[in-house]
Write a protein of this length. Structure first.
Length: 118
């Protein structure tokens, strides 16, 4: 291997490791740590990392919101998936039927106490 063949690799890797540490920081330090990282990345003169730091700043509020709540949009994606399953089960029925099917699928209703009469 030729010495000095990849001069920027070490710096890029240190930036990556520093950002990995951000995700496990306590919420109170999130803003300061992320600001410090963005400054470091912006001054790094590594094009992709400078662009990524700009993207982080563009989504600043959402990233810090995640840092305090630890909630992602996974819950919304799961509900959308259940809604798609309800649409498949409804098979062309009217809107009211579709809404009822969506509530039945996504509502996780407990029907164990319902008395069946014939």
């Amino acid at each position: 291997m030729i010495a000095g063949a990849y001069p920027h690799t070490g710096r890029a890797y240190r930036l990556r490791l520093a950002l990995d540490d951000f995700w496990s920081q306590p919420p109170g330090r999130a803003a300061a740590d992320l600001e410090r990282w963005c400054g470091w990345a912006s001054r790094s003169r590594l094009g992709p990392l400078v662009e990524f730091a700009a993207m982080v700043r563009a989504h600043w509020d959402g990233i810090l919101r995640w840092a305090t709540s630890r909630i992602s949009n996974g819950v919304l994606e799961a509900i959308a998936s259940l809604d798609q399953a309800a649409k498949r089960r409804a098979r062309g029925h009217r809107t009211a039927d579709l809404m009822a099917m969506a509530y039945l699928v996504a509502g996780k209703l407990d029907f164990s106490h319902v008395i069946h009469t014939k």
